[in-house]
Design a protein around this ligand. Structure first.
Ligand code: GDP
Length: 364
């Protein structure tokens, strides 16, 4: 900038030129380089080699809602498919406080005694609301979280239960391709999430508690019917008798259900996760079941049925998404809902009007 004081005519003080000010940012400080995006081939190679960092990054892409992430994730999953499937998948469900994390910690150590690798995943439909999952949190599984052969991942949080479940199912594929031969899928025992977990596991284990006197009251019939094994936790101290009583009540109740398609009779056992009592018996039962259903063909059958289920789930999810994210539908929906609520339109006519608009818009 020109200073008028420096001109010839100016007789006042001379103003010196300032010196250049140093940058406010330290130029010697090296920026941390951003993580380079990996190619699909690099992801697949890393996963198949069992590289946990790359596996985690791939799972993050699976969980991402960004279309460009989804595109890579889907390709990675497809290329990992031939390496997947070689595991036993166990669903573990129980209400909060039933002792899931305590149990998964000891169950995990128990199954890892035989070698192999264990992944613990979770489906928690409430995680979006609570902004953070209470399931699959590493701090809840103290011993397993530091075990070199375990991989613990909390529930994906974005989207509907269907979306969360799909992501977990896709993560199973990646974990299996990375050499994890035991997969636990944890869920909280409150209803629909069990159906989702049941649709992706080989064995569904239900953790129950004794002591309230009406054990069977609070548990939904549908959930019990899904169980391949029911285990009563906290059978320790002066709770042992109550746990045994609860077990016999569950056994009696199970008799009332039709025999499962697997040909396997669901068993009821008592144990203590905290004191590590009866844990071996639970896993003997699980392995016995796996042998049994591999022998009679039900193992394959169930996995095929699940693949079919997920194909239809995926179609339903994408159709629903496409419909509700259609601009015309978005602009009409609230008004139609108002008309239905005020009795000016029947539900069916409103639905038809919306669907007609949608299909017409697609044809354009
Ligand atoms: P989650 O909510 O299902 O994951 O349950 P937690 O594993 O966090 O357990 C809930 C509470 O029950 C904790 O205070 C545990 O210490 C306790 N607990 C878990 N397993 C047992 C057990 O086998 N015996 C007893 N007495 N307490 C247990």
């Amino acid at each position: 900038m020109e200073h008028p004081e420096n001109s010839e005519e100016y007789k006042g003080l001379v103003v010196n030129k300032g010196i250049e000010q140093p940058a406010s940012v330290n130029p010697y400080l090296k920026r941390k380089p951003r993580k380079r995006e990996l190619s699909v081939a690099e992801f697949v190679e890393g996963i198949v080699k069992g590289n946990i960092t790359i596996l985690s990054r791939a799972v993050t892409l699976v969980e991402s809602v960004r279309p460009e992430h989804q595109a890579i994730a889907q390709e990675v999953i497809e290329k990992c498919l031939p390496y997947s499937g070689n595991s036993i998948r166990i669903g573990i469900s129980g209400v909060p406080g039933a002792g899931k994390s305590t149990s998964i910690d000891v169950f995990g150590l128990h199954v890892l005694e035989k070698g192999g690798k264990l992944a613990v995943l979770a489906i928690d439909p409430s995680s979006e609301r609570s902004k953070g999952s209470i399931l699959g949190d590493k701090t809840r599984m103290e011993q397993l979280s530091v075990h070199p052969d375990s991989f613990i991942r909390p529930s994906p949080s974005a989207g509907s239960l269907g979306g969360v479940a799909r992501k977990t199912r896709e993560t199973i594929i990646l974990c299996e391709a990375a050499g994890f031969d035991k997969i636990f899928v944890e869920t909280v025992g409150v209803g629909q999430s069990e159906t989702a977990v049941h649709s992706m596991v080989d064995f569904f284990l239900l953790i129950q508690l004794a002591g309230t006197g009406d054990e069977l009251q609070g548990i939904k019939r549908g959930i019990m019917e899904m169980a391949d094994g029911i285990v009563i936790n906290k059978a320790d101290g002066n709770n042992i008798d109550k746990a045994k009583l609860a077990a016999s009540q569950f056994r009696n109740a199970l008799h009332l259900f039709p025999a499962p398609d697997s040909g396997w009779t669901p068993q009821v056992l008592t144990y203590s996760g905290f004191y590590n009592i009866g844990v071996k018996e639970i896993w003997d039962m699980v392995y016995e079941y796996i042998d049994f259903v591999k022998g009679n063909g039900y193992f394959e059958f169930r996995r095929n049925e699940q693949s079919k289920y997920w194909m239809y789930e995926s179609i339903n999810e994408q159709l629903r998404d496409s419909f509700y994210h259609n601009a015309k539908i978005e602009s009409m929906l609230a008004e139609k809902e108002r008309q239905v609520l005020s009795g000016n339109l029947t539900s069916f006519i409103a639905a038809k009007a919306l669907l007609d608009t949608y299909f017409e818009d697609l044809r354009k």
